[in-house]
Write a protein that binds this ligand. Sequence first.
Ligand code: NAD
Ligand code: 3PG
Length: 396
Amino acid sequence: MSNGRFPIQTVNAISPVGLQRLDRDIFDLGTDIAEPRGILVRSADLHDRPVPQSLYAVARAGAGTNNIPVDKLAALGIPVFNTPGANANAVKELVIAGMLLAARSLYHAADYTRNLVAEQGLSGQALNEQVEAGKKQFAGFELPGKTLGVIGLGSIGVLVANAAQSLGMKVLGYDPAVTIKNAWQLSPNVEQVESVEELFARSELITLHVPLIDSTRGLVNTERIASMPRGAVVLNFARGGVVDETAVLQALDSGHLHAYVNDFPTEAGAVHSRVITLPHLGASTGEAEDNCAVMAVDQLQDFLLNGNIRNAVNYPEVIMARTPGTTRLGIFNANKPNMIGQITAVLAEAGLNVAEFTNKSRGDYAYTLVDVEGEVRDELKEQILAIDGVIRARKL
Ligand SMILES: NC(=O)c1ccc[n+]([C@@H]2O[C@H](COP(=O)([O-])OP(=O)(O)OC[C@H]3O[C@@H](n4cnc5c(N)ncnc54)[C@H](O)[C@@H]3O)[C@@H](O)[C@H]2O)c1
Ligand SMILES: O=C(O)[C@H](O)COP(=O)(O)O
């Protein structure tokens, strides 16, 4: 496959608004590409799929990457990109809708009305009488003055917190690793609390906006639900696994929780009378699908053509303008001492002058971009690959 072309496999349907940004003189595109250089994916589970030898990068058109073997790919020198913020507004709108669905029992109320006609065959005066007699069971509550706890103040959490605040809610936020950028976006009226326990104890509604990782699995559990005020609402547009669903269903049955609104169907949840389950609709707007596809494609393309890494979840951000008249090397290596020294020593021995160089690390791994003057022979790449700790090297 050294014909200078980049085959890209689409594992889910990716918006054509993004795909059309790929120059077809360079990129081949398809669902059944045998030896892809890049994979574009949404929620398809890649954990049990073999990793093609040919693969250079995976781009997730969306936020969550728990469907991708991120660590395994990092160890192979394969960055996994996602698209932070690109679908955040779509999720925010659904969370606001979810709060209103729960507060006014809208789903069950509409179902009740439909049944009066469709199942009971009522009409005219009889229908009106039954509507007026039955509506009291759906009497709800209003949002202003209610306390919403937002867990995870990332791209989505910040938008939800600000929107809820502007609806007149009191908003508490919890995120032990909030970024400076997100903190700047957050309304000053949102109170950041010190512990997740405090947030549960003080919130009448909580909404989850964290990734599904070891530390967030089962974050909503029996103990924390019990600490919430009676009649509380849990909204989960993050991932099913962030909530212990058995604990939530028990709390709904006992009346401690009023409603559970979520985006992740299960057999037990989907049919429960106090659960509103949507079919993973958070990012399913035309706008979000276009935004995610554009961002994923642009990041993948820039990596394949220039070696730049932007918004990878398993490698550091490394972006360097190309130096005219040079050859670029992109090198993935273990984050351990003397890697830079050994790489530059190989370049020096080959008599190559370094025009630009950048190296950044993240956790166990590091990535180097280097623009060198002079002819870079294929053996040089082999010499770099022979350094203990170098995982992968590309000549661009
Ligand atoms: N329902 C959907 O269709 C849909 C759409 C988009 C995203 N999501 C889910 O929402 C998640 C968040 O998306 P985002 O774009 O806001 O991501 P993000 O990376 O911008 O924000 C996630 C935030 O969670 C915080 N966090 C991590 N662990 C935490 C913990 N234990 N307690 C509190 N905060 C913690 C991080 O510090 C970060 O600020 C995604 O990972 C994905 O699983 C779902
Ligand atoms: O993490 C995300 O971005 C959402 O869960 C969206 O998933 P989707 O792209 O499959 O709709």
